[in-house]
Ligand binder design. Structure first.
Ligand code: SF4
Length: 350
Protein backbone atom coordinates (compact mmCIF):
# COMPACT_ATOMS: atom_id res chain seq x y z
CA UNK A 1 0.00 0.00 0.00
CA UNK A 2 1.56 3.31 -1.08
CA UNK A 3 1.32 6.47 1.03
CA UNK A 4 -1.55 7.86 -1.14
CA UNK A 5 -3.41 4.53 -0.82
CA UNK A 6 -2.84 4.57 2.93
CA UNK A 7 -4.30 8.10 3.17
CA UNK A 8 -7.24 7.21 0.91
CA UNK A 9 -8.12 4.10 2.94
CA UNK A 10 -7.82 5.96 6.23
CA UNK A 11 -9.86 8.98 5.07
CA UNK A 12 -12.59 6.73 3.65
CA UNK A 13 -12.85 5.03 7.04
CA UNK A 14 -12.87 8.42 8.80
CA UNK A 15 -15.56 9.81 6.51
CA UNK A 16 -17.73 6.76 7.11
CA UNK A 17 -18.26 7.66 10.75
CA UNK A 18 -15.99 9.67 13.01
CA UNK A 19 -16.87 11.14 16.37
CA UNK A 20 -18.60 14.51 16.07
CA UNK A 21 -16.47 16.96 18.06
CA UNK A 22 -17.11 20.72 17.92
CA UNK A 23 -13.51 21.69 17.06
CA UNK A 24 -13.68 19.53 13.95
CA UNK A 25 -16.43 21.75 12.51
CA UNK A 26 -14.30 24.87 12.44
CA UNK A 27 -11.27 26.19 10.57
CA UNK A 28 -10.80 29.00 13.11
CA UNK A 29 -7.11 28.70 14.10
CA UNK A 30 -7.74 30.17 17.56
CA UNK A 31 -10.54 27.69 18.36
CA UNK A 32 -8.50 24.76 17.05
CA UNK A 33 -5.48 25.85 19.08
CA UNK A 34 -7.55 26.13 22.28
CA UNK A 35 -9.06 22.69 21.70
CA UNK A 36 -5.68 21.11 21.04
CA UNK A 37 -4.18 22.56 24.22
CA UNK A 38 -7.15 21.32 26.24
CA UNK A 39 -6.93 17.88 24.64
CA UNK A 40 -3.26 17.46 25.56
CA UNK A 41 -4.03 15.85 28.91
CA UNK A 42 -7.81 15.60 28.97
CA UNK A 43 -10.33 13.28 27.32
CA UNK A 44 -12.34 14.68 24.41
CA UNK A 45 -15.71 14.11 26.13
CA UNK A 46 -14.55 16.20 29.10
CA UNK A 47 -13.06 18.92 26.92
CA UNK A 48 -16.28 19.70 24.97
CA UNK A 49 -17.96 21.70 27.78
CA UNK A 50 -14.77 23.53 28.75
CA UNK A 51 -14.03 24.38 25.13
CA UNK A 52 -17.45 25.90 24.53
CA UNK A 53 -17.40 27.88 27.76
CA UNK A 54 -13.83 29.09 27.19
CA UNK A 55 -14.54 30.37 23.69
CA UNK A 56 -17.63 32.17 24.91
CA UNK A 57 -15.67 33.77 27.75
CA UNK A 58 -12.53 34.53 25.65
CA UNK A 59 -13.77 34.68 22.04
CA UNK A 60 -10.54 35.89 20.43
CA UNK A 61 -6.78 35.90 20.82
CA UNK A 62 -6.90 39.50 22.07
CA UNK A 63 -9.66 38.72 24.61
CA UNK A 64 -7.47 35.91 25.95
CA UNK A 65 -4.37 38.12 25.97
CA UNK A 66 -6.23 40.76 28.05
CA UNK A 67 -7.92 38.34 30.49
CA UNK A 68 -7.18 38.72 34.22
CA UNK A 69 -5.18 35.67 35.36
CA UNK A 70 -7.72 34.68 38.02
CA UNK A 71 -10.54 34.60 35.46
CA UNK A 72 -8.42 32.53 33.16
CA UNK A 73 -7.61 30.02 35.91
CA UNK A 74 -11.27 29.92 36.91
CA UNK A 75 -12.26 29.01 33.33
CA UNK A 76 -9.62 26.27 33.44
CA UNK A 77 -10.64 24.98 36.89
CA UNK A 78 -11.05 21.21 36.82
CA UNK A 79 -9.00 20.67 33.65
CA UNK A 80 -5.74 20.48 35.60
CA UNK A 81 -2.23 21.17 34.31
CA UNK A 82 -2.76 24.89 34.81
CA UNK A 83 0.52 25.83 33.16
CA UNK A 84 -1.33 25.07 29.92
CA UNK A 85 -3.70 27.99 30.58
CA UNK A 86 -0.86 30.32 31.51
CA UNK A 87 1.13 29.40 28.42
CA UNK A 88 -1.97 29.87 26.30
CA UNK A 89 -2.20 33.43 27.55
CA UNK A 90 1.54 34.08 27.17
CA UNK A 91 1.32 32.88 23.57
CA UNK A 92 -1.81 35.01 22.99
CA UNK A 93 0.11 38.10 24.12
CA UNK A 94 2.94 37.27 21.72
CA UNK A 95 0.47 36.68 18.88
CA UNK A 96 -1.01 40.13 19.53
CA UNK A 97 2.36 41.88 19.75
CA UNK A 98 4.27 39.98 17.06
CA UNK A 99 1.63 38.66 14.63
CA UNK A 100 -1.07 41.34 14.70
CA UNK A 101 -3.46 39.14 16.67
CA UNK A 102 -3.65 36.30 14.10
CA UNK A 103 -2.01 32.92 14.59
CA UNK A 104 0.86 32.32 12.17
CA UNK A 105 0.09 29.60 9.62
CA UNK A 106 3.52 27.99 9.57
CA UNK A 107 4.24 25.08 11.94
CA UNK A 108 7.73 26.41 12.78
CA UNK A 109 6.41 29.88 13.69
CA UNK A 110 3.66 28.27 15.78
CA UNK A 111 6.17 26.06 17.59
CA UNK A 112 8.16 29.16 18.58
CA UNK A 113 5.24 30.32 20.77
CA UNK A 114 5.04 29.43 24.49
CA UNK A 115 3.37 26.08 25.22
CA UNK A 116 3.11 25.07 21.56
CA UNK A 117 5.14 21.94 20.89
CA UNK A 118 5.57 20.10 17.60
CA UNK A 119 2.28 18.23 18.06
CA UNK A 120 0.09 21.32 18.60
CA UNK A 121 1.96 23.22 15.88
CA UNK A 122 1.31 20.38 13.41
CA UNK A 123 -2.33 20.09 14.44
CA UNK A 124 -3.08 23.82 14.06
CA UNK A 125 -1.02 24.20 10.84
CA UNK A 126 -2.75 21.25 9.18
CA UNK A 127 -6.29 21.63 10.51
CA UNK A 128 -6.65 25.42 10.31
CA UNK A 129 -4.27 26.29 7.48
CA UNK A 130 -4.16 23.11 5.37
CA UNK A 131 -0.39 22.72 5.75
CA UNK A 132 0.96 19.31 4.82
CA UNK A 133 2.50 18.39 8.16
CA UNK A 134 1.89 15.61 10.69
CA UNK A 135 0.53 16.02 14.23
CA UNK A 136 2.09 13.26 16.29
CA UNK A 137 0.46 12.68 19.67
CA UNK A 138 0.57 9.49 21.74
CA UNK A 139 -2.13 7.85 19.63
CA UNK A 140 -0.36 8.60 16.37
CA UNK A 141 2.98 7.52 17.79
CA UNK A 142 1.48 4.12 18.60
CA UNK A 143 -0.11 3.75 15.14
CA UNK A 144 3.13 4.68 13.36
CA UNK A 145 5.28 2.42 15.56
CA UNK A 146 3.01 -0.48 14.57
CA UNK A 147 2.48 0.39 10.91
CA UNK A 148 6.18 1.03 10.32
CA UNK A 149 7.32 -1.78 12.63
CA UNK A 150 9.45 0.43 14.87
CA UNK A 151 10.61 -1.86 17.66
CA UNK A 152 12.91 0.46 19.54
CA UNK A 153 12.10 2.49 22.61
CA UNK A 154 9.94 5.39 21.42
CA UNK A 155 11.16 7.96 23.93
CA UNK A 156 14.69 7.86 22.46
CA UNK A 157 15.07 11.12 20.47
CA UNK A 158 16.33 9.45 17.29
CA UNK A 159 13.40 7.00 17.37
CA UNK A 160 11.00 9.85 17.96
CA UNK A 161 12.45 11.63 14.92
CA UNK A 162 12.04 8.47 12.83
CA UNK A 163 8.38 8.22 13.85
CA UNK A 164 7.88 11.86 12.96
CA UNK A 165 9.48 11.33 9.54
CA UNK A 166 7.25 8.30 8.87
CA UNK A 167 4.19 10.29 9.91
CA UNK A 168 5.13 13.29 7.72
CA UNK A 169 5.64 11.00 4.73
CA UNK A 170 2.09 9.69 5.03
CA UNK A 171 0.28 13.07 5.21
CA UNK A 172 -1.44 13.82 1.89
CA UNK A 173 -1.44 17.30 0.32
CA UNK A 174 -5.23 17.12 0.17
CA UNK A 175 -7.05 17.24 3.53
CA UNK A 176 -3.98 17.06 5.79
CA UNK A 177 -6.03 18.20 8.81
CA UNK A 178 -8.65 15.48 8.32
CA UNK A 179 -5.86 12.96 7.82
CA UNK A 180 -4.27 13.93 11.15
CA UNK A 181 -7.64 13.74 12.88
CA UNK A 182 -8.22 10.34 11.27
CA UNK A 183 -4.86 9.05 12.55
CA UNK A 184 -5.72 10.16 16.08
CA UNK A 185 -9.18 8.64 15.78
CA UNK A 186 -7.69 5.36 14.57
CA UNK A 187 -5.38 5.32 17.58
CA UNK A 188 -8.23 6.16 19.97
CA UNK A 189 -10.78 3.69 18.61
CA UNK A 190 -9.07 0.84 16.75
CA UNK A 191 -5.30 0.83 17.17
CA UNK A 192 -5.68 1.08 20.93
CA UNK A 193 -2.98 0.38 23.54
CA UNK A 194 -2.63 -3.31 24.37
CA UNK A 195 -4.53 -5.42 21.88
CA UNK A 196 -5.72 -3.45 18.83
CA UNK A 197 -8.78 -4.36 16.75
CA UNK A 198 -6.83 -5.13 13.56
CA UNK A 199 -9.82 -6.77 11.88
CA UNK A 200 -11.61 -3.40 11.91
CA UNK A 201 -8.53 -1.47 10.74
CA UNK A 202 -8.61 0.23 7.33
CA UNK A 203 -4.79 0.16 6.95
CA UNK A 204 -3.99 -3.35 8.10
CA UNK A 205 -2.68 -4.28 4.62
CA UNK A 206 0.06 -1.68 5.21
CA UNK A 207 0.83 -2.63 8.82
CA UNK A 208 4.09 -4.30 9.73
CA UNK A 209 3.02 -5.20 13.28
CA UNK A 210 -0.14 -6.85 11.99
CA UNK A 211 1.92 -8.87 9.54
CA UNK A 212 4.42 -9.87 12.23
CA UNK A 213 1.75 -10.47 14.89
CA UNK A 214 3.39 -8.34 17.59
CA UNK A 215 1.12 -5.28 17.64
CA UNK A 216 0.29 -5.76 21.32
CA UNK A 217 4.01 -5.38 22.18
CA UNK A 218 4.29 -2.02 20.39
CA UNK A 219 5.20 0.72 20.91
CA UNK A 220 8.18 -0.24 23.07
CA UNK A 221 8.21 1.96 26.16
CA UNK A 222 10.34 2.23 29.25
CA UNK A 223 8.33 1.44 32.35
CA UNK A 224 7.03 4.57 33.98
CA UNK A 225 8.40 5.56 37.37
CA UNK A 226 6.01 4.92 40.24
CA UNK A 227 4.45 8.20 41.39
CA UNK A 228 5.66 9.77 44.61
CA UNK A 229 3.09 9.45 47.41
CA UNK A 230 2.85 12.49 49.69
CA UNK A 231 0.92 12.52 52.97
CA UNK A 232 -0.54 15.94 53.56
CA UNK A 233 -2.57 17.57 56.27
CA UNK A 234 -5.14 20.06 55.02
CA UNK A 235 -6.48 22.77 57.34
CA UNK A 236 -9.99 24.16 57.02
CA UNK A 237 -9.61 27.16 59.31
CA UNK A 238 -12.79 29.02 60.13
CA UNK A 239 -13.60 32.43 61.55
CA UNK A 240 -17.35 33.08 61.77
CA UNK A 241 -18.90 32.50 58.37
CA UNK A 242 -15.61 32.44 56.50
CA UNK A 243 -12.70 30.08 55.92
CA UNK A 244 -9.05 30.73 55.22
CA UNK A 245 -7.69 30.13 51.74
CA UNK A 246 -4.22 30.72 50.43
CA UNK A 247 -2.89 31.57 47.00
CA UNK A 248 -0.26 29.08 45.89
CA UNK A 249 3.12 30.36 44.82
CA UNK A 250 4.73 26.96 44.21
CA UNK A 251 5.43 26.03 40.61
CA UNK A 252 2.79 23.31 40.63
CA UNK A 253 -0.72 24.90 40.69
CA UNK A 254 0.82 28.36 40.83
CA UNK A 255 -1.78 31.11 41.25
CA UNK A 256 -4.55 28.67 42.23
CA UNK A 257 -6.20 28.91 45.66
CA UNK A 258 -6.04 26.17 48.24
CA UNK A 259 -6.77 25.38 51.86
CA UNK A 260 -3.51 25.71 53.80
CA UNK A 261 -1.79 22.33 53.77
CA UNK A 262 1.55 20.81 54.66
CA UNK A 263 3.59 17.76 53.81
CA UNK A 264 3.99 15.03 56.47
CA UNK A 265 1.68 16.85 58.86
CA UNK A 266 -1.47 14.76 58.95
CA UNK A 267 -2.03 15.22 62.70
CA UNK A 268 -3.61 18.49 63.93
CA UNK A 269 -0.68 19.66 66.10
CA UNK A 270 1.89 18.95 63.42
CA UNK A 271 -0.26 20.68 60.85
CA UNK A 272 -0.66 23.84 62.94
CA UNK A 273 3.09 23.86 63.62
CA UNK A 274 3.94 23.45 59.96
CA UNK A 275 1.55 26.23 58.98
CA UNK A 276 2.59 28.44 61.92
CA UNK A 277 -1.02 28.92 62.85
CA UNK A 278 -2.65 29.12 66.20
CA UNK A 279 -6.20 27.73 66.17
CA UNK A 280 -8.43 25.31 68.02
CA UNK A 281 -8.95 21.85 66.52
CA UNK A 282 -12.64 21.24 65.74
CA UNK A 283 -12.48 17.70 64.39
CA UNK A 284 -11.54 15.69 61.34
CA UNK A 285 -13.22 16.33 58.00
CA UNK A 286 -12.33 13.08 56.25
CA UNK A 287 -9.65 12.00 53.84
CA UNK A 288 -9.04 12.68 50.17
CA UNK A 289 -6.70 11.54 47.47
CA UNK A 290 -5.59 13.27 44.30
CA UNK A 291 -3.37 11.77 41.63
CA UNK A 292 -1.15 14.17 39.68
CA UNK A 293 1.12 12.97 36.88
CA UNK A 294 4.12 12.14 39.04
CA UNK A 295 2.78 12.42 42.55
CA UNK A 296 -0.17 11.44 44.67
CA UNK A 297 -1.53 13.56 47.50
CA UNK A 298 -3.05 11.49 50.28
CA UNK A 299 -4.75 14.12 52.39
CA UNK A 300 -6.21 14.16 55.87
CA UNK A 301 -8.60 17.06 56.38
CA UNK A 302 -8.92 18.87 59.70
CA UNK A 303 -11.24 21.61 60.87
CA UNK A 304 -9.90 24.41 63.06
CA UNK A 305 -11.49 27.44 64.62
CA UNK A 306 -9.29 30.53 64.50
CA UNK A 307 -8.80 32.61 67.60
CA UNK A 308 -8.80 35.80 65.56
CA UNK A 309 -9.23 36.68 61.87
CA UNK A 310 -5.52 36.29 61.18
CA UNK A 311 -3.90 38.43 58.53
CA UNK A 312 -1.50 36.23 56.60
CA UNK A 313 0.19 37.15 53.38
CA UNK A 314 -1.25 35.50 50.27
CA UNK A 315 -4.29 34.44 52.34
CA UNK A 316 -7.92 35.50 52.27
CA UNK A 317 -11.00 34.84 54.37
CA UNK A 318 -13.89 33.84 52.13
CA UNK A 319 -17.49 32.72 52.60
CA UNK A 320 -19.14 29.87 50.67
CA UNK A 321 -19.78 31.94 47.54
CA UNK A 322 -16.21 33.26 47.67
CA UNK A 323 -15.03 29.65 47.53
CA UNK A 324 -17.00 29.20 44.31
CA UNK A 325 -15.55 32.33 42.75
CA UNK A 326 -11.87 31.54 43.30
CA UNK A 327 -10.02 29.05 41.11
CA UNK A 328 -9.43 25.98 43.29
CA UNK A 329 -7.66 22.91 41.90
CA UNK A 330 -9.49 19.57 41.75
CA UNK A 331 -7.16 18.33 44.51
CA UNK A 332 -9.06 20.67 46.88
CA UNK A 333 -12.54 19.48 45.87
CA UNK A 334 -13.13 17.35 48.99
CA UNK A 335 -11.83 20.08 51.31
CA UNK A 336 -14.03 22.66 49.58
CA UNK A 337 -17.09 20.46 50.06
CA UNK A 338 -16.22 19.86 53.71
CA UNK A 339 -15.73 23.60 54.23
CA UNK A 340 -19.03 24.48 52.58
CA UNK A 341 -20.86 21.85 54.64
CA UNK A 342 -19.26 23.18 57.81
CA UNK A 343 -20.13 26.78 56.94
CA UNK A 344 -23.81 25.79 57.02
CA UNK A 345 -23.41 25.08 60.75
CA UNK A 346 -23.25 27.79 63.39
CA UNK A 347 -20.18 27.98 65.60
CA UNK A 348 -19.28 30.09 68.60
CA UNK A 349 -15.84 31.58 69.06
CA UNK A 350 -14.14 31.29 72.42
FE1 SF4 B 1 -2.98 -0.89 14.52
FE2 SF4 B 1 -3.73 -3.38 13.86
FE3 SF4 B 1 -4.27 -1.32 12.27
FE4 SF4 B 1 -1.79 -2.18 12.53
S1 SF4 B 1 -3.50 -3.30 11.68
S2 SF4 B 1 -2.48 -0.05 12.52
S3 SF4 B 1 -1.75 -2.76 14.68
S4 SF4 B 1 -5.06 -1.67 14.33
Amino acid sequence: MSAPDFAAALLAWYDAGHRALPWRDTRDPYAIWVSEVMLQQTRAETVIGYYQHFLKRFPSVSALADAPEQELLKAWEGLGYYSRARNLQKAAKRIVSEHGGSLPSDAHALAALPGIGPYTAGAVASMAFGQCTAAVDGNVERVIARVAGIREEVTVPSVRRAIRAHADALVPAERPGDFNNAMMELGARVCVPGTPDCEACPVRARCDAHREGDADALPVKRRARAPLVENRGVAIVRWGGRVLVQRRSERMLNGMWQFPNALNASQPDALLRALRLSAEWAGEAGEAKHVFTHRVWEMRLHKFIAQSPLEISECRWVDASGLDELPLPTAMRAAKKAAKDWLKEDITHA
